[in-house]
Design a binder for this molecule. Structure first.
Ligand SMILES: NC(=O)c1ccc[n+]([C@@H]2O[C@H](COP(=O)([O-])OP(=O)(O)OC[C@H]3O[C@@H](n4cnc5c(N)ncnc54)[C@H](O)[C@@H]3O)[C@@H](O)[C@H]2O)c1
Length: 311
């Protein structure tokens, strides 16, 4: 199977590409290696993965068109995006161009090239400030509090339209705070690990009671690969661990893994940050046979091992 992975040089994308290649698939990666974080990390992420990589921007329709004509992918996993809640507040226009227009470009080309199955990397942020937990796919998404969340929800809406209008098989997977080796440097678990290890003070938001449903990257990849093996006309499916961890416990787990204490600077919770995320994963279990396997403490230990080996 020839799979096109957008954002394939990123954190989740590189793990997915590696897995797909190891399963014997023909993988094509598109990434623009932007400087949202150090592009050298992205190059390192994909070093040694046997796939064809195109440096291309998903906003550039004609360049994408040339790649589609040449590669004729049978399936697409669309992960390229401007990620991150807080930076989206400063650059909503950029987030909209990449996450909405870029997604629309890929849907349109997938329609024209009769791509069999389109998987969209969405986010738990669409649940926003919903207070009923765990978050279920049927819950309302009227409480989003960041431009990033809005762009992901709009992406899902476009997927829905393309599925019903053009009969395309599309699955939107809502990822819940992913962590693990090659983690994005802006994510809290990675920031904490870096700061603690280098004895630098870290910013700790709120009283530590905010919760995130941290999900180990291999579990997310399991879910994406399972979705690639199924065909649904249109489904939205949560991929989380379904065991939320408090910020203060996350910090302690990282301290224990590194055997070092953090220097903490307390700050208020920034705008755009939600209080809690917590995935209801019954649908993923039922439709994908998804079973997250890596407990948070084990996942952080694996991430710390990778961190130490690569520094
Ligand atoms: N990491 C998480 O916790 C998390 C949670 C929910 C959803 N997601 C979503 O999963 C996907 C992957 O996230 P990630 O954490 O691996 O982020 P990442 O930033 O490491 O990966 C995204 C990749 O997309 C590429 N990219 C960005 N803009 C592009 C453009 N215009 N054209 C081509 N490539 C472009 C980047 O260079 C990067 O390599 C994203 O869609 C993100 O919104 C991630």
């Amino acid at each position: 199977m020839r799979v096109l992975v957008t954002g394939g040089a990123g954190f989740i994308g590189s793990h997915l590409c590696e897995r797909l290649v190891s399963l014997g698939h023909d993988v094509v990666c598109i990434d623009n290696f932007n400087d949202f974080y150090d592009p050298r990390l992205k190059k390192a992420n994909i070093k040694g993965i046997r796939m064809r990589t195109y440096r291309a921007d998903i906003r550039d329709y004609s360049k994408l068109q040339r790649i589609f004509r040449k590669e004729k992918p049978s399936k697409i996993v669309h992960l390229a995006a401007m990620a991150g809640v807080r930076p989206s507040i400063k650059a909503p226009g950029l987030y909209n161009e990449v996450n909405v227009t870029g997604t629309l470009n890929l849907l349109e080309l997938s329609r024209l090239h009769k791509v069999g199955h389109f998987i969209f990397g969405s986010s738990s942020s669409v649940y926003g400030m919903n207070s009923r937990v765990p978050f279920s796919e049927d819950d309302a998404t009227d409480n989003m509090i960041s431009p990033y969340a809005a762009t992901k929800r709009i992406g899902e809406y476009y997927c829905r339209v393309y599925s019903s209008l053009h009969g395309m098989d599309i699955t939107c997977l809502r990822f819940f705070t992913v962590y693990g080796p090659r983690c994005r440097p802006d994510l809290a678990a990675m920031k904490f690990m870096t700061k603690i290890d280098s004895n630098e003070p870290l910013e700790f938001y709120g009283d530590g009671s905010t919760m995130r449903d941290y999900t180990y990257v291999d579990d997310i990849v399991d879910g994406i690969v399972a979705a690639l093996g199924k065909r649904f006309r249109y489904e939205i499916i949560n991929l989380g661990d379904s065991k939320p961890v408090k910020l203060k416990d996350m910090l302690q787990t990282i301290e224990a893994a590194l055997k070092k204490k953090a220097i903490v600077i307390r700050k208020p919770i920034p705008p755009g940050d939600v209080v809690a995320t917590f995935a209801d994963i019954r649908k993923a279990k039922k439709l994908l046979g998804y079973r997250p396997k890596v407990a948070f403490r084990i996942g952080i230990a694996k991430m710390a091992k990778w961190y130490r080996e690569t520094r």
